[in-house]
Design a protein around this ligand. Structure first.
Ligand code: GLY
Length: 314
């Protein structure tokens, strides 16, 4: 059984944005399916397509941090125990390809910051500007709104003082008003005819994040996970996913309770704060799951068979 499942982020997805996301996911499925003889190639090809498209919050379309710069995170994990990841990459939009190089060319799992930029350069990736003009325009607008909203600085909504930076409270308000700021992370999980699984995730993180923030997407067992039996890619609020080690928690539940992949994902996610996360998962038998506690998740799946492509805004 060969299967590929992809997602284009979770959140409150407007119908207009949803249509665009589903079109992108269909193309990503085509790109990945062309490589489905090898699960790793297929997962990477699907994510690479989304990075190149500029339509999702990853690669060329990544959101910008508080200083107006894109910092990219990505991870690739295979069921054979291999893993490669990058965090805070700024050299090239091809984050998943650099993560793969980390996996194949270094003794390490995760490279970040200046080191990952130097590594990408050494691996022959040309330097490219990241961030579309639409992202930059939105950044300037949001930054202005954020500055205006600083009146309630450092306080939670019930008036308690907050230990978080002054911009965090207005940023939460802004995210409520612009739910699109939270979605657009992408991921793919592939199963090939040899029963091999691979999971890949790529993101620009959260708009106006602090410089140097590391997302769940680049952390094995948090936003991205694969074992011999199950592969998972997550999307949503990275801080929640990291605290719950979401993908690894789902895998453990799946193994220990024999509940099936959909039930394991739903029951794990039910323990998380509302409106925070979504996942796609695929097991070795080709059974897949799409689960979330957000309003929507954009997903698509392709497998052998007549009605082989399914996409949805669940
Ligand atoms: N899940 C993507 C992020 O929080 O950066």
């Amino acid at each position: 059984m060969r299967r590929l499942i992809v997602h284009g982020g979770a959140g409150r997805i407007t119908p207009e944005h949803g249509e665009e996301a589903l079109r992108g996911l269909r193309s990503a499925l085509d790109a990945g399916w062309g490589e489905i003889d090898d699960a790793t190639e297929a997962a990477v090809a699907a994510v690479r397509w989304m990075e190149d498209s500029g339509k999702f919050n990853c690669g060329r379309g990544a959101v910008l941090n508080l200083r107006g710069r894109a910092e990219l995170d990505a991870a690739l994990v295979t069921g054979r125990g291999e893993a490669g990841a990058v965090s805070n990459l700024t050299w090239t939009p091809r984050a998943i390809a650099v993560a793969r190089k980390v996996m194949e060319e270094t003794p390490h799992v995760l490279l970040c910051g200046r080191g990952v930029d130097r590594f990408a350069k050494a691996m022959g990736f040309p330097k490219e500007r990241i961030g579309t003009s639409a992202r930059r325009k939105l950044y300037l607008e949001l930054r202005r709104d954020l500055e205006k909203g600083k009146g309630d600085r450092g306080r939670w909504s019930d008036g308690r003082p907050s230990r978080h930076p002054a911009w965090w409270t207005p940023l939460r308000k802004l995210v409520r008003e612009h739910p699109e700021l939270l979605h657009g992370t992408v991921g793919a999980v592939a199963l090939d005819a040899k029963g091999r699984l691979a999971a890949a995730t790529s993101t620009g993180g959260i708009f106006l994040k602090m410089e140097g923030r590391v997302s769940d997407s680049s952390l094995v067992g948090c936003g991205t996970y694969a074992g011999t039996d199950l592969g998972i890619s997550a999307t949503g609020i990275g801080e929640v996913i990291i605290r719950h080690m979401l993908t690894r928690s789902i895998a453990e539940r799946y193994r220990l309770r024999h509940e099936g992949v959909q039930a394991a994902a739903e029951r794990t996610i039910a323990q998380m704060p509302d409106d925070s996360v979504g996942i796609v998962a695929l097991d070795r038998k080709g059974r897949f799951a799409v689960a979330r506690n957000t309003s929507n998740i954009a997903w698509g799946s392709r497998s052998e068979g007549t009605s082989s492509v399914r996409c949805g805004l669940e």
